[in-house]
Write a protein of this length. Structure first.
Length: 84
C-alpha cells in the first residue's frame, strides 16, 4: 500500500501579504515559486504575478464562495512553441 500524508499548508491572509510587501518599492516585480510536489520547494517552478482578482468557485449544491486569487504566468523569455 502506498504511504500517504495530509498536506496542510499555512495559507496566507491579505494582512500577512500586506505586511510582507510593506517595505518593498512599488515597482518591485513579484515572483511566485510553485512547489513541484506538496511542500517541496527544492526544484520549484518560477513564475511571475500577472493578475489578482476575486474568483467565484462552487463549494456545494448551488453555493458559491469568493476567493481572492493571484494569477501567475511563465517569466518573460524566449520559449519553444508547443505544436501539439
Amino acid at each position: 500500500m502506498a504511504e500517504t500524508f495530509e498536506h496542510r499548508p499555512a495559507v496566507w491572509t491579505a494582512a500577512r501579504l500586506r505586511e510582507a510587501l510593506a517595505d518593498l518599492p512599488a515597482d518591485t516585480p513579484i515572483h511566485i515559486g510553485v512547489a513541484d510536489a506538496p511542500g517541496d520547494f527544492d526544484e520549484y517552478g518560477d513564475y511571475v504575478l500577472v493578475a489578482a482578482e476575486p474568483v467565484e468557485i462552487d463549494v456545494a449544491d448551488e453555493a458559491t464562495e469568493v476567493q481572492f486569487t493571484l494569477f501567475a504566468d511563465a517569466r518573460a523569455g524566449v520559449y519553444f512553441a508547443d505544436l501539439d
